[in-house]
Ligand binder design. Structure first.
Ligand code: HEM
Length: 114
């Protein structure tokens, strides 16, 4: 059995992002919102999200975008945010353990962080 460890490398970040969006894409509430907006741009979106989480988790600054504007246009509210967290936190926990895994449970803390 492979031992879980912390989120330490870009390979770890890619594993997390890939696994998370596999769940998002088939989720009844969030899947249609993502799929409708992203359509055939999933490879680009995943690349962008690798950079975003690489910046947040590994402090390797490869994301230079602004997350807020794209979300301001979306039909999302508190329930969507809660669902996002409900999918994200267990994905981190099932793959990793350690300081960064712990930190992820509190990030992001509310809708205003998007
Ligand atoms: C309420 C649940 C959420 C939904 C439905 C959602 C949906 C989306 C969609 C559809 C895009 C693609 C926009 C586009 O390229 O056209 C996007 C981009 C993005 N999302 Fe979310 N999102 C959610 C929550 C979050 C949260 C909690 C975070 C951060 C922790 C986040 C971070 C990002 C980032 C960094 C991008 C890329 C922005 C850019 O530079 O273009 N999202 N999101």
């Amino acid at each position: 059995m492979t031992m879980r460890q912390d989120i330490l490398t870009i390979e770890d970040v890619k594993l997390l992002v890939d696994r998370f969006y596999e769940k998002i894409r088939v989720d009844e509430l969030l899947g249609p919102i993502f799929n409708e907006r992203i359509q055939n741009r999933w490879p680009e979106h995943l690349e962008k999200m690798y950079c975003f989480w690489q910046t947040v988790l590994l402090a390797e600054h490869t994301y230079f975008g602004s997350p807020f504007p794209p979300h301001a246009q979306l039909p999302v509210g508190h329930e969507h945010f809660l669902k996002w967290m409900e999918l994200f936190v267990p994905t981190v926990d099932e793959l990793f353990t350690g300081e960064k895994q712990q930190k992820q449970n509190g990030v992001p803390q509310n809708d205003r962080n998007v």
